[in-house]
Design a protein around this ligand. Sequence first.
Ligand SMILES: Nc1ncnc2c1ncn2[C@@H]1O[C@H](COP(=O)(O)OP(=O)(O)OP(=O)(O)O)[C@@H](O)[C@H]1O
Length: 255
Amino acid sequence: MTGTPGNFTTDPTAATPAVEVAGLHVVRGDVHALRDISLSIPLGTVTGLLGPSGCGKTTLMRCMVGTQIVESGSVTVLGRPAGSAALRRRIGYVTQAPSVYLDLTIRDNVRYFASLYGRGNDVAAETIEAVGLSSHTHHRARDLSGGQLSRVSLACALVGKPELLVLDEPTVGLDPVLRDELWEHFSTLAAAGVTLIVSSHVMDEADRCESLLLLREGHLLAHVPPDELRTRTGESNLEKAFLALVRDEQVGVEQ
Ligand SMILES: Nc1ncnc2c1ncn2[C@@H]1O[C@H](COP(=O)(O)OP(=O)(O)OP(=O)(O)O)[C@@H](O)[C@H]1O
């Protein structure tokens, strides 16, 4: 695999990539939120989307799920243009703000989303179990903690068994044990062929990903596996490695 932005090479015999982005440019308000982004994400992988607050992570995710107006460039998801009607049932998107019905119980929320995707109550129960909320199924969403609420949101996205899961900071507010369990679950899903794109501020979560998209001020600094980032920068700590990459980039720009 190579580590140049937009040049994440995989097995040439592999199927259509899960996500292919070419020359993507997005303007939000008066900000150039994404600048000339090109990348390719293989199926069945976990990709971490990392970078400082405001660097463009959510904007890139919105482009992938088809809810963002783009200035130029293209985004292809599972072989179709992002936002195509045919993709709706194939993609799960969990935003930072939990999107569940506050007056319904956990069970009824997840069962409702299951029914939209033609899944039964058994799948709803399994999914609630997977996010660690089995002991709370009869609690109303409005009575839950922030971390519990974001797990209900996650369950509502997972229950449709999407092929691509786009998760915007799914582990915020979770304790280390739950975070670990969720990342285990993400790996299990990827092993079953699901593609996951997970944004995070937490660099120790980056090590759970097969590859990392490192963004800064709308630029894609690198698309690399964690170990390659360490090798490239000579830093074993991923947080320091990211900072070293930013420094190198600045030196390159100034020269
Ligand atoms: N609705 C909006 N109108 C105008 N500018 C926006 C809007 N939403 C985001 N932006 C700007 O676009 C840029 C990218 O924002 P984005 O939300 O993608 O960043 P992020 O990396 O997801 O940040 P965070 O980690 O804080 O969630 C930022 O400069 C932000 O201020």
